[in-house]
Design a protein around this ligand. Structure first.
Ligand code: ZN
Length: 325
């Protein structure tokens, strides 16, 4: 998958004009919802800055030494900092290594790029270590911070970056792109977009990892409980064999929200709401809000290591009750 994507074209052209004029900001904060391709854009920008002969639109030549090094994944002047596998936080050592790498001068006309993603996963110590690099930039270096939670970044970091904000593209545009990228039909694309919070790149990740099929299986269980065809305890148990509690609570939240929206105004229901409202009936929609409240409460308690089976079972029992069974 290659950036810029259609919904990034305008921002991309602006960045490329700045690159040509040698006026690109030393530090960019690329932010917006998950799954809109921010990381891909950061890498495409890095590539256009490192290539010896990019087109005016920033298309890398693909032949120069730098392009070859990037393709091999070992360009010495492109450094990506991410949380280590299995860890949520970006380690301070990783940021220290970045700061260390940023002490040498950059050859005139050349560039050195650092990508930090997701930037909000830096702890306070790591953010402080990065701050010095942001305050005293070495000419020719570019810091690309990628974040879908920029509010969690210290203000000292944010204030030193030029923000570049992405929104989710309109559903029609995103669905058309998904059709072109992976041949997804419009209805399925719109349903998955709704589930993924509108991020088309996230939908691709879901397709790659089989999360879309997992969702469908979980949704069947949810509907079966409402129709009286399955016991809440059995459904909860089956779900937990495939996914963790946080993910499942997220799914429940998406389904209930879609139903709330469909109950409030049928014409504004998304594809998910239409499917759900067609399959189950909730006589008193006020109950949906009450169940959503309970769900949010369970999400808040996630950090207290609750018993996943009990949490899901309680919510599903309530779900069965309000659907009139
Ligand atoms: Zn090149």
């Amino acid at each position: 998958m290659k950036a810029p994507m259609p919904w990034q074209t305008e921002a991309w052209q602006r960045l490329q004009a700045q690159r040509r004029a040698d006026r690109l900001s030393h530090a960019l904060l690329i932010h917006g919802p998950a799954g809109t391709g921010k990381g891909l854009l950061a890498r495409a920008l890095a590539h256009s800055l490192l290539c010896r002969e990019p087109s005016p639109q920033g298309e890398p030549c693909g032949r120069c030494r730098d392009c070859t090094l990037i393709a091999a994944g070992n360009h010495p002047d492109l450094m990506e900092v991410m949380p280590e596998e299995g860890s949520r936080q970006i380690r301070i050592d990783a940021i220290r290594a970045l700061v260390e790498a940023d002490t040498l001068a950059v050859e005139p006309g050349r560039a050195r790029i650092f990508i930090v993603e997701p930037a909000e996963r830096m702890g306070t110590a790591a953010a402080n270590a990065l701050l010095k690099t942001l305050e005293e930039p070495v000419p020719g270096t570019h810091m690309l911070l990628v974040s879908h939670n920029p509010d969690r970044l210290p203000i000292t970091i944010r204030s030193r970056c030029r923000p570049l904000n992405f929104r989710v593209p309109p559903a029609g545009e995103a669905a058309a792109w998904l059709r072109q990228a992976v041949g997804l039909d419009d209805e399925r694309a719109r349903l998955l977009l709704e589930l993924a919070g509108g991020g088309p790149v996230k939908v691709l990740e879901w397709l790659d990892s089989g999360t879309d099929a997992l969702h469908d299986r979980c949704l069947e269980g949810f509907l079966d409980v409402a129709r009286g065809g399955a016991e809440p305890s059995a459904v909860a148990e089956a779900w937990l064999k495939e996914a963790d509690l946080a993910f499942l609570l997220g799914l429940l939240g998406t389904w209930l929200t879609a139903l709330v929206r469909a109950a409030a105004a049928a014409e504004r229901a998304g594809p998910l709401g239409v499917r759900l409202a067609g399959a189950v009936s909730v006589p008193d929609p006020g109950n949906l809000y009450r169940l959503l409240d309970k769900l949010f409460e369970s999400q808040r308690r996630l950090s207290h290591n609750p018993n996943p089976q009990l949490v899901l079972e309680a919510l599903l029992v309530e779900w069965r009750r309000i659907t009139g069974r």
